[in-house]
Design a protein. Structure first.
Length: 379
């Protein structure tokens, strides 16, 4: 556990014309670290320091040109090995959060989801057909509806990617305007490889006024095809939202799902499965406050759980659990407490070849530029 000492904070990617957020990463066999994150145009950069206060504090996570960007780091120095590049964009919709998995075969699986933009003139006709519209001319410009969760794969270390492959619809879900099935759910959280299968966590509200629930999809062919497996966690009282689930496989084979909540004072909840995600225990509220959660097995034993902390003092925090994720083994660890507001977080941890751990996230400083940063944990 001595490796949990913080050694430094670094900036991984920062570029004023872009709003960069929601990173994920894998450490490849050659020792390099591949980082993929959501990037979108950031109009505040044109205004500079003279922007009025209402625009300096403006936050939007929806944009018609949001896409995935990628950077490769040297696993020792953590310096870029080349320029940032954009993955081929979806021609119909805007891509959002990224979640990466490196399989034993060397395939990289990227899980994500898309928003479909509607100009305001369409909203009167579209609103009865698409529940959960958000945005609008005073905030995001367009209105947005959920377009679907998807998977992309790469077999050459992230140099090339296949096309967007959308998930099958969740059972009982409604279609997007009757033309496009509401595919899967939103994806932000760690997938796992377990017993020859890939388990992918998603979350979604299936109907108007229903709270969001966490679900699992499964692939038996390394991410080429997917099918629905089970509901992981839902609040039968329809009060608590289950958002952004992340999976972790314990040494015993038990799978634990770490879930962000709404309407539960920002507490973590967990659910367990002993049969590779086919059935799940009732969800349980845990002592941790923050969101969302990313678990990583540590080389020396235990599981590092990192999460954003959107309460004063704003920042990034972590806890350590035992190998079976039954109990927390130490106090909360503060990685960052210098955030300028609630728009930060979404940490993702990856091991480095020399035994250190890189925890990356998005954050902004006094200049208001959202960027991808990291905290290194080591001896």
């Amino acid at each position: 556990m001595s490796m949990l000492a913080k050694t430094e904070d670094i900036i991984i990617y920062k570029d004023a014309p872009f709003y960069s957020a929601f990173p994920s990463a894998v450490t490849l066999g050659d020792g390099s670290v591949l980082v993929v994150f959501r990037r979108a145009p950031e109009p505040r950069w044109l205004l500079g320091p003279d922007a009025p206060e209402k625009l300096r504090g403006w936050v939007s996570h929806a944009h018609e040109r949001s896409h995935h960007a990628m950077i490769r780091l040297d696993g020792k120095s953590l310096k870029p090995l080349g320029p940032v590049s954009a993955l081929p964009m979806n021609p119909l919709a805007a891509d959002q959060d990224s979640s990466l998995l490196l399989t034993r075969s060397g395939r990289i699986i990227l899980g994500s989801f898309s928003w479909y933009g509607f100009p305001p003139v369409f909203v009167e006709q579209i609103r009865p057909m698409v529940f959960g519209l958000h945005g609008g001319p005073q905030n995001d410009g367009l209105y947005y509806g959920f377009f679907g969760g998807f998977v992309r794969t790469s077999d050459d270390g992230g140099r090339t990617w296949n096309e967007h492959h959308y998930l099958p619809p969740l059972p009982g879900t409604e279609s997007l305007s009757g033309k496009w099935p509401r595919r899967g759910g939103a994806i932000r959280g760690r997938a796992i490889e377990s017993d020859g299968e890939i388990l992918l966590p998603v979350y979604a509200s299936l109907r108007v006024a229903a709270r969001s629930a966490a679900h699992a999809y499964v692939s038996c062919d390394q991410g080429k095809t997917w099918e629905y497996r089970a509901c992981v966690a839902a609040d039968e009282a329809n009060q608590v939202h289950m958002h952004e689930p992340a999976f972790h496989r314990c040494p015993s084979g038990k799978i634990v799902c770490f879930i962000r909540t709404a309407n539960l004072d920002d507490h973590l909840v967990t659910a367990d499965s002993a049969d590779n995600g086919r059935t799940w225990s009732p969800w349980k509220q845990r002592e941790v406050i923050g969101h969302p959660y990313n678990p990583l097995a540590l080389p020396g034993g235990g599981v590092l759980l990192v999460y954003g902390y959107r309460h004063p003092p704003f920042g990034i925090r972590a806890r350590v659990l035992d190998d079976e994720c039954t109990d927390f083994t130490g106090p909360e660890i503060i990685l960052r407490d210098d955030g300028t507001g609630t728009d930060l977080g979404y940490p993702w941890a990856t091991p480095l070849p020399d035994g250190r751990v890189l925890v990356m996230y998005y954050i902004s400083g006094a200049d208001g530029i959202r960027h991808i940063a990291g905290t290194v944990l080591g001896d």
